[in-house]
Ligand binder design. Structure first.
Ligand code: 48H
Length: 253
């Protein structure tokens, strides 16, 4: 087969333009493709929700690649083991209730599950603002190419509409901060010091709709609540992503 460069270009532009046009209006926009965002997106998509994942970096996976201090392993506790099974992530038992998985496999399997279920990924794309109108609800996200921000270029962004936005941006809780700084009745307390047991126990309760149309999940949920951090144990991230998906799914029904 003789290959033609222009056909390759047309294939990419044609397919991605179609997807981008289709995804200017979606059910759920998950901001951040770390573990909580990936679990949330995969479970939403598995339930027929039209979901787009917006990730500012080139790579998907957030803080999970690095495991604990660059040892590429994560720990997951008993309560979340069923989610490792659900996504076919292999693990070994350490001590009772502690399971160890490969961080690279976990990212790969969660990303694959989200893709298989129909979620669309928009990487290299930064959410820089939210849409809030008279109804006082987050009804859209303002996005731009990450390289525009990195180069400090003055290029106006574009906007997508969503029924729900999910702040899965990790420690910085970026979307919640945007809502707070634009006058939304949201306070971001910032995360507390390390206390794994408490942080993991509390994260599910902190996973909630903090402003109409905005659900927080993962480390962002703890950061908003002023809750502790937990280090490289990821069960809470998985369970929080699941909880966020559940909240949105019920509300969209
Ligand atoms: C688009 C954005 C934007 C933006 C950020 O940090 P993450 O892995 O998030 P979680 O909450 O799913 O997982 C947290 C976990 O990785 C972790 O750090 C833990 C458990 N720490 C415990 C501890 O004690 O330290 O991923 C967030 C993602 C990243 O990929 C960012 O690039 C992305 O969000 N992101 N994407 N627009 N404005 N801001």
């Amino acid at each position: 087969m003789k290959l033609d460069e222009v056909t390759i270009t047309r294939a990419i532009l044609s397919e991605q333009s179609k997807v981008m046009l289709d995804y200017v209006d979606i059910d759920a926009a998950v901001v951040g493709a770390g573990p909580s965002g990936l679990v949330c997106a995969a479970l939403l998509a598995e339930n027929g929700v039209k979901v787009g994942v917006i990730e500012k970096k080139l790579s998907i996976g957030g803080g999970m690649w690095g495991g604990g201090m660059m040892f590429p392993r994560i720990v997951v506790q008993e309560e979340a083991r069923r989610l490792l099974d659900h996504f076919s992530i292999a693990y070994t038992a350490f001590e009772e209730g502690y399971y160890v998985a490969k961080s690279v496999e976990a990212v790969a399997k969660l990303s694959a599950a989200a893709c298989d279920a129909g979620a669309e990924f928009f990487n290299l794309t930064t959410v820089e603002d939210v849409v809030i109108k008279d109804d006082r609800r987050v009804s859209g996200l303002v996005i731009n190419w990450t390289p525009v921000e990195m180069a400090g270029l003055h290029v106006d962004p574009l906007t997508i509409a969503c029924r729900y936005a999910v702040d899965a941006t990790g420690h910085d809780a970026m979307v919640a901060r945007m809502v707070a700084c634009k006058g939304g009745e949201v306070a971001v307390s910032g995360e507390g010091p390390m206390w794994a047991d408490r942080a993991e126990a509390m994260i599910i309760g902190h996973t909630r709709e903090i402003f109409p149309g905005l659900v927080v999940t993962g480390m962002a949920a703890n950061a908003v609540a002023g809750e502790h951090r937990m280090g490289p144990i990821f069960g809470g991230m998985f369970l929080s992503g699941e909880r966020a998906a559940e909240l949105i799914r019920k509300s969209l029904r």
